[in-house]
Design a protein around this ligand. Structure first.
Ligand code: AMP
Ligand code: MG
Length: 281
């Protein structure tokens, strides 16, 4: 699988040296087949996580405009049981949100035990768009990397599996997607002049993303750079990564569930015995 994972703080991140396309030799058909298998596996693992109530999962999706955050949610989350999933999009902060610290709006949506939170954009916007546009003084956003790292560590200590994805598209692919969006009547509503304005700041965003990834990557909160020029490959990489992270917990969750099952059975047996004794007496 051609994905680059960063799980150490301070690692050098050079996005230009990471491919935005799938590796040679992998076909769309094969990828789709594998994706279907992963979807079923994720569903089963999610069910175990939901029942066991020892972990939760927070999936952060970041990327430039048209990188495929919504598409990833549609496909990957589509494999899960909606009962235990909370999808949240973070846009320009509201007045109330601006009246709090930058993590306030995010922390409220951290997953409940057993559940998934999927973030379309996240607290990372506060070191991305905010940095690129100088929306707060430099000193303030610079301090945020530490705040973010501490926040994610706190979540991890509470059993949250933190997974962060940068959907990596090329400048050329973004242009094609934005033009396609404009050409297609059904998608033209998504058009936003800002997408083109942000595109003009491509290199500044690259730098901001590289810093965000490098300064907040951790073993308990890894960043995965996902080659996202091909949607079918992007979906596969994200699904593979989520399944892999959950899989590590399968044994633990299953034994918790078995233990719970034994306890419940014993309770029921005790109740029946008590009832039978009463009848006799
Ligand atoms: P979209 O994802 O197309 O719905 O757009 C959401 C917009 O909200 C993007 O342009 C983001 O850059 C912007 N946004 C998200 N979080 C923040 C933030 N903390 N400060 C300023 N703008 C933000
Ligand atoms: Mg947009």
């Amino acid at each position: 699988m051609a994905r680059t994972v960063f799980s150490e703080r301070g690692e050098t991140v050079r996005l230009d040296s990471i491919s935005t396309g799938p590796p040679k030799g992998i076909t769309k058909g094969k990828a789709r087949q594998r994706f279907a298998a992963l979807g079923a596996e994720m569903f089963e693992l999610q069910d175990a996580m939901f029942g066991a109530k020892v972990n939760s999962a927070m999936v952060v999706l970041q990327g430039r405009d048209s990188a495929g955050k919504d598409g990833t949610i549609k496909h990957v989350v589509g494999c899960l049981n909606p009962r235990g999933v909370n999808v949240v999009s973070f846009g320009v902060p509201t007045l109330e949100e601006r009246q709090h610290d930058f993590l306030w709006r995010v922390h409220r949506h951290a997953p409940r035990i057993g559940e998934f939170s999927i973030f379309n954009r996240s607290h990372y916007e506060d070191v991305l768009v905010v940095r690129v546009h100088g929306l707060v003084p430099r000193k303030l956003w610079k301090e945020r990397y530490d705040h973010i790292a501490d926040f994610e560590e706190l979540l991890a200590e509470h059993g949250t599996i933190v997974l962060k994805y940068f959907l990596h598209i090329s400048r050329k692919e973004q242009k094609e997607r934005l033009l396609e969006r404009e050409r297609t009547p059904q998608t033209a509503w998504k058009l936003n002049v800002n997408d083109w304005k942000e595109r003009d700041r491509w290199d500044e965003y690259t730098e901001a993303y590289e810093d965000a990834i490098s300064k907040t990557a951790a073993r308990h909160a890894p960043w995965t750079v996902v080659p996202a020029d091909k949607k079918w490959y992007r979906n596969l990489v994200v699904a593979e990564s989520i399944a892999e992270a959950l899989r590590e917990h399968r044994k633990g969750w299953k034994s918790t569930l078995e233990e719970m099952g034994r306890k419940r059975r014993a309770e029921l047996a005790a109740y029946r015995a008590e009832r039978a004794a009463k009848k006799k007496g």
